[in-house]
Design a protein around this ligand. Structure first.
Ligand SMILES: Cc1cc2nc3c(=O)[nH]c(=O)nc-3n(C[C@H](O)[C@H](O)[C@H](O)COP(=O)(O)O)c2cc1C
Length: 180
């Protein structure tokens, strides 16, 4: 198991994949990481669709906004994990919102995404979180039922590139001491 800080630092968005399959054991490792992700009151609002059928991957690709750099990844990757969220769960208590932010499903799905991408990286797989597409169109392709939102697509496979590391803000730039 790789060192955690090393994993966090070296994970990159992978948009080119080899033809090598993802084994069911590898997929299980990634989903196990999703399973142990923290969530609002442990509500675990996520639903994850694993897509391997080429026709479905192509239909999902059609929903991407033109120029999305992850377009090829969507059909090249052997597996596309599709992250959906059950609505009115995270951030709710007895059917009522509890904070000014309303539904927290996006927050919990963000955490799940990070678990998935880091777990994938820890076993040598590459991934990219894709958020820029027609969400309703993609939900229709996969028959996502009402009361759920399809939020992100995560192509997953064996990396065929070593992307440059995009710059990050320095700690000093985003931290505040005591008050803002
Ligand atoms: C919520 C979210 C949505 C994203 N959507 C896309 C996308 O639609 N297409 C894409 O190519 N990359 C997408 N990315 C990947 C980011 O561009 C990438 O994480 C960022 O540039 C930093 O690069 P790194 O992941 O290699 O460190 C998304 C990332 C996040 C967290």
């Amino acid at each position: 198991m790789a060192d955690f800080m090393e994993l966090v630092r070296t994970r990159r968005s992978i948009r080119k994949f080899t033809e090598e399959e993802v084994t069911s054991e590898q997929l299980n490792t990634v989903l196990e990481a999703a399973r142990w992700t923290p969530s609002w009151a442990n509500t675990q609002c996520w639903e994850i669709i694993s897509v391997t059928r080429q026709d479905l991957k192509e239909s999902l690709q059609q929903t991407l906004v033109k120029g999305n750099p992850a377009s090829k990844a969507l059909v090249q990757a052997p597996v596309v994990l599709v992250l959906c969220g059950r609505l009115k769960t995270a951030g709710y208590y007895k059917g009522e919102v509890t904070t000014k932010f309303g539904d927290w499903f996006l927050f919990d799905l963000g955490l799940v995404s990070q678990s998935i991408c880091l777990a994938a990286h820890s076993i040598g797989l590459g991934s990219v979180i894709v958020g820029l597409f027609d969400h309703d169109g993609a939900a229709r392709v996969l028959d996502v039922p009402e009361g759920n939102e399809l939020v992100a697509l995560i192509p997953l496979g064996h990396p065929a590139q070593e992307p440059k590391t995009p710059e990050r803000r320095s700690i000093e730039d985003f931290t505040h001491s005591e008050t803002w």
